[in-house]
Design a protein around this ligand. Sequence first.
Ligand SMILES: [Zn+2]
Length: 297
Amino acid sequence: MSDDIPFQRDFSAPPEQIGELSPLIRRMVADNPGPYTYTGTCTYIVGRGQVAVIDPGPDDQAHIDSLLAALDGETISHILLTHTHRDHSPGAALLQAACGAPTYAHGPHPVFETGGPQLDHGGDRSFRPDRLLADGERLEGPGWTLEALHTPGHLANHLCFALPAEQALFTGDHVMGWSTSVVAPPEGNMGDYFTALERLLARGDKVYWPAHGGPIHNTKQYVRALIAHRMMRERAILARLEAGDRRITEMVAAIYQGLDPRLNFAAGLSVQGHLEHLIAQGKVRRAPDDADLYFLN
Ligand SMILES: [Zn+2]
């Protein structure tokens, strides 16, 4: 289905063990493997002696205890969140209770009015950041600077964090090596996602450290493949509309042949995300009296 993307699925870092990745970066994988988390959430530690922790992970005291044990004798000065999904942010409260460091994020979990069907991505609605981070804002510790990069698409409050000293970018769930990102309405926005991918292309990062799975070294080639993959999907949807399909279920059946039926709903939301992006571009319209009836313009 996605043979066009050079996925890397040989990641084998054991959970709850500290991994030394570079002069400034360490990683501990939480023990929460699953269909949306791959082998588990990667918690990153930036700096030495006085450190920032990125994505403390799920509501798992054992993970926080392992992290604190690994950082014995060091000071945690910042707790950073890429976004407010339950596999990323609930650990922040546990970590803060132990170390007292402030939490930093782009904002609390966004609120959506629509009551329609949606994937349970697991929004962490209880999290409130102590400090709001705007696009371009910088945080500093001894020997390191991190810069927030607002990258909505997977979720409106998603941030990547750049570590210029190593030309590295912590990409959260925006770009991952093991899978494409879930971009499903109402939480996800395909137009924002495209824009945020283009933004990464304009940068010179040498390595991406995603929140799930291992690093990505062929950064630009990989992002180009992600964009090409979504463009291909968009062309396929336009072709189905041209062939006479009007409803998402028809398009999913034609485009995702051989798909595990349990994934039909997620595929439908992905198609809906593309259709909304096509509507925003003026290429498609929705029937005024039927929200699941689409036409080419
Ligand atoms: Zn997420």
